[in-house]
Design a protein around this ligand. Structure first.
Ligand code: NAD
Ligand code: UDP
Length: 314
């Protein structure tokens, strides 16, 4: 192994975002150690890297101590269930990975004198009372509701990251990721993009929760990874929103998928899950200013690639 290569550790490296980040880092000439317990990820996301000598996979639950003999330059902490269906099924592991997992990942970065980036979330804003959401907004989170296991684990992870930055002068970054989609999401992970694509391709009705007036803003995965890569390269330590500010209601999203697939499907209205945020759109002024970043991929382009990916899985 060439000693001059920059070495990145990606926790959650077999997940949707972690595997795309791993690909990007390898293409930038990094050596990558992906750590994952496959709780919600998939080994198939990284199987194309099996013969890449700059890539190593470590099967490990990061709520346990992370011991690596290697030199490490960057720790990218992505391990955590991310789909509401997943974290509602895994409430305690979700809290544990946000707390102990973040503690261990920060501990690794501290020991190795590595830079650290936390994959946080727009869920820190909860069901927001400020719209669009900027990073100065403290959020409207129900700590004891079902989604609280995820929201509070990430808010705690942010608090711990800032404490390590202030107390140990560590080089830390926090990205608040807004709904991101693309190839390698699990078809059945429950999130709205794979769920609706699965439903339309199989001729099943769209399951709209509530009346479909709630809004989301969907970002394509390559745009997100570019923003995150730039954030790690920056010397900025406060949270930064990365997402696509193009907002639509879930009903509009159904119309868009119907148009792109040319397959009209029935709509089945289902109960709205508790604490489901009514609106979400990132204010990306900070990312524009600090990182010179903004999304480039339109929903139409990104969804075409994603739909084509899922066609091969059905
Ligand atoms: P994902 O479920 O595809 O990936 C998460 C990965 O973490 C999986 O491979 C899983 O097996 C792994 N993992 C979970 N617990 C672990 C543990 N204890 N030890 C080791 N590995 C563990 O989800 P994703 O969409 O790729 O999300 C990745 C990160 O980005 C998460 O931290 C998530 O909170 C954050 N995020 C994602 C989005 C999005 O829209 N995709 C939005 C906001 C935040
Ligand atoms: N949603 C829906 N039908 C589904 C899955 C999700 O109407 O089958 C809605 C969900 O209630 C939410 C939005 O789509 O308002 C986005 O849900 P997702 O699970 O993708 O992520 P969230 O943004 O809620 O974390």
């Amino acid at each position: 192994m060439s000693p001059q290569l920059l070495t990145s550790v990606v926790t959650g490296g077999a997940g949707f975002l972690g595997s795309h980040l791993t690909d990007r880092l390898l293409s930038e000439g990094h050596r990558v150690i992906a750590i994952d317990n496959l709780a919600t990820g998939n080994a198939s996301n990284i199987e194309h890297l099996a013969n890449n000598r700059n890539f190593e996979f470590v099967y490990h639950d990061v709520t346990g101590c992370i011991l690596l003999p290697d030199h490490v330059d960057f720790v990218w902490h992505f391990a955590s269930p991310a789909s509401p269906v997943d974290y509602l099924e895994l409430p305690i592991p979700t809290l544990k990975v946000g707390a102990f997992g973040t503690y261990n990942a920060l501990g690794l970065a501290k020991k190795k004198r590595a830079a650290f980036l936390l994959a946080s979330t727009s869920e820190c804003y909860g069901d927001p009372l400020v719209h669009p959401q900027n990073e100065d907004y403290w959020g409207n989170v129900n700590p004891i509701g079902p989604r609280g296991v995820y929201d509070e684990s990430k808010r705690f992870a942010e608090a711990m990251t800032m404490a390590y930055h202030r107390h140990y002068q560590m080089d830390t970054k926090i990205v608040r990721i807004f709904n991101t989609y693309g190839p390698r999401m699990r078809l059945k992970d429950g999130r709205v993009v794979p769920t609706f694509i699965d439903q339309v391709l199989n001729g099943n009705p769209f399951t709209i929760f509530g009346d479909g007036s709630q809004t989301r803003s969907f970002c394509y995965v390559t745009d997100l990874i570019e923003g995150i890569y730039r954030l790690m390269a920056s010397d900025y330590h406060q949270p930064v929103n990365i997402g696509n500010p193009s907002e639509m209601s879930i009903l509009q999203f159904v119309r868009e998928i119907t148009r792109l697939t040319e397959k009209p499907s029935r709509i089945e209205f289902c109960p709205l899950p508790e604490d489901d945020p009514k609106m979400r759109r990132p204010d990306i002024s900070r990312a524009r200013k600090i990182l010179g970043w903004e999304p480039k991929v339109s929903l139409e382009e990104g969804m075409q690639v994603t739909i084509d990916f899922f066609r091969t899985k059905i």
